[in-house]
Design a protein around this ligand. Sequence first.
Ligand code: S3P
Length: 175
Amino acid sequence: MKNVVLIGFMGTGKTSTGRLLASRLGRPFIDTDQKIETENNMTISEMFTVHGEQYFRQKEKEMIAKVSRYTCTVIATGGGVVLIPENISRLKSNGVIIALTASLDVILERTARRNTRPLLDRPDREAIVSKMLNERSELYHTANLSIDTSERSPQQVSDMIIAFLREGGHLRGRC
Ligand code: S3P
């Protein structure tokens, strides 16, 4: 079975939905940000501060190349994974891509809770989220399925993903 890959802007629920989806499907779950943190022994915020964004993007690209070789795995990616087209072609070669979206207000509310996202750790958070959403929303459209999570729980979102996977025959095949 192919991987199931969640893409989408920060705060759209990739990690919480991915974890639940993996447990419901009985598949392993990987969050690429968490794996980058573990393998480099530092948080993403520390990596941005010490080495800068480009260094993180390179680590992210290497991680995508690695996890694209897996099978049967639910993979939650970082919001900026779409910035490098090669990341998406790699993930697509072996995965079904699901884009999660949410409204600006919901993203602002969800991302205000934790302070772990260096790109949003600034006073003009609303303006920057709005700008980044405009720049990136087109890039998330490359997915096989897109789900607005603004008013849906991870349980409801994972119900929709499982129905889509079943209809497309993506749950057949051995793992
Ligand atoms: C980023 C999103 C973050 C993380 C990093 C950069 C982005 O992941 O990869 O802070 O560029 O959108 P989440 O989408 O899981 O918050």
